[in-house]
Every structure is written in C-alpha cells, then in structure tokens.
Ligand binder design. Structure first.
Ligand SMILES: [Zn+2]
Ligand SMILES: [Zn+2]
Length: 284
C-alpha cells in the first residue's frame, strides 16, 4: 500500500506541473497569453515603418509589430559635416535627403582635402552664378553622379602628353566645334569625359592626358581627372596657375582634335597627337 500511495503522489505532482505549464507565465504556450489591443509605440520615419505594441494582461510579456510604410517626410534634420562644407539634410543613415542649404568653409586659394588649391567655390556669386556642380555619372560601374561644391587643382603639372585622338569621336564625350553652343562649357562633365576617354583608349595606356590624371594619387585621392574646357576656363588666371602655356581639356572638338585652353589667351582645337600641358583637378 505504501508503494501505491507514493505512485499516486507522483502522478499528482506531474499533473500539477502540467497544469502550470499551460499558464502563460512559463512562456511555453503562447496561446495562453491574454494580450490587450495594439497601441502605437513609435511613429514612422523616413527610413522605418511605424511600430505598435501590445502586452499580456497576465504576465506582462510584450509584442511589437511594424505597420504601414515609412513616412518619406519624417526626416531627422541636421547639418551633415563633410570636408569643406556642411549640408543641411537628414542625419539618418541611407536616407540621403538634403534641403539644398549649405555652408562652405573653404575659399578660392585655400588648400583642398586632396592637397590641391581651390579654384571654384559654389558660393552663388559671380556671373554666371557659382552654383553647386552636378558631377555627371561615369561609365557603368565607375561611380554615381554627385553634387560638388568645389573644384581643386593639383599644385603642379602632370607630364605633358598627347590627347590620344584615334580618328573617332568618342561616344558620350562632350564634343563641340564652337564654344558658344549651349552647354559646351558646362561644369561637371570633365570627370565623366575623362573616364570615357580612358575607357576608349584602354586603361593600360598610361601616357595620354586623361590617363595621367586618372592615374594620379595626389594627396591620397584617386578621383583626379582632366578638366573639361569649361572647368579649365575657371582655372585660367588663378594665382596658383602659370600665366602662359596651353593645357589640354577633356572636351573633344571632332574625331581628330580636342580642346585646349591657353592660360594667356583663348581656347583652340589641338591635334590629338600634339603634346600640351596637363593639370589634374578634382570635384568635391
Ligand atoms: Zn502572458
Ligand atoms: Zn530622412
């Protein structure tokens, strides 16, 4: 009989434990929670959906869920710091929203982040107005378009070189036979055109004007390029530049000629296998 009582005792104990395990406090059976209704927890932001929360009335366990879609206008606005300027926009990683307001902290003649000399500042002044530059996207996979507030020029020439005309107008390169045609002197196309020239001539070719600039690593930067004719004109007359000499641009004239700019005089079309001075710039 004693053994039988012990057996009943064990059965009773197991039953009590099993009962306890069906209660929500053990966490073993979510069906037994008694949740209240969903209540707002956090509002949607530009990068995240809104969240809601509910709690179990018995054990207090909380659940959250995302609802709706991100709110494209709910930015965390502030000043984004970069070398040379501050941009007002969203501080959230991955958003990229900018209000268009900016503060510039460098002036023409100052040393830029690449160790060159600043020769264009998007301060809104001057004629034409010195606005931010839309740096055009490069060939597929090279880089995305971006906005630049400065141009800086390296302090010395690269090795004087030929341009590398191959008897063809290179597809996509800014090409014009008269500098008064609309957009001929646009700023922001030099970097793209430099890479198109390099790609066309072959990246292994290192002794041409565009390649000299692309291969430069001045100041630890690898985004130097051959200026477009419009960008070269900004360089003409600046204190750090020679007052004479002809410099290649990355703008093409026709299948055999490309544009150069005289530091003392006017621009002209130079035969592609002629040697002219080469000066690398970068836009940031
Ligand atoms: Zn519960
Ligand atoms: Zn945002």
């Amino acid at each position: 009989m004693k053994n039988t009582r012990n057996l009943f005792g064990i059965i009773a104990l197991v039953a009590v434990i099993a009962l306890a395990m069906t209660g929500c406090s053990s966490g073993a059976d979510p069906c037994s929670h008694s949740y209240g209704s969903w209540a707002p927890k956090a509002a949607a932001t530009c990068m995240a959906k809104a969240t809601e929360e509910r709690a179990c009335a018995l054990c207090g366990e909380k659940q959250t869920q995302s609802v709706g879609i991100p709110d494209p206008d709910a930015h965390d606005e502030g000043w984004v710091m970069t070398p040379g300027y501050e941009l007002e926009g969203c501080l959230r990683s991955g958003c990229g929203y900018l209000t268009g307001d900016y503060y510039l902290t460098l002036a023409i003649g100052d040393t830029g982040p690449g160790g060159g000399i600043i020769f264009y500042v998007a301060d809104g002044g001057g004629t034409p107005a010195r606005n931010p530059i839309s740096v055009q996207a490069g060939p597929a996979g090279e880089w995305s378009a971006y906005t630049a507030y400065y141009l800086e020029v390296w302090t010395t020439d690269e090795i004087a070189s030929d341009w590398g005309s191959n008897g063809a107008v290179i597809a996509g390169v800014t090409t014009f036979t008269n500098e008064t045609v609309p957009d001929a002197l646009l700023l922001g196309n030099g970097r793209k055109d430099t890479w198109l020239i390099v790609t066309y001539l072959g990246e292994s070719v290192s002794n041409r004007a565009a390649q000299r600039c692309v291969n430069a690593t001045h100041g630890g930067k690898n985004d130097w390029f051959l200026p477009s004719l419009g960008e070269l004109k900004e360089l003409k007359g600046k204190a750090n530049m020679p007052s004479t000499g002809y410099y290649w641009s990355s703008s093409q004239y026709d299948e055999d000629y490309a544009w150069f700019q005289g530091m003392a005089g006017s621009a002209g079309a130079g035969y592609g296998n002629g040697d002219y001075y080469v000066r690398a710039i970068r836009a940031f």
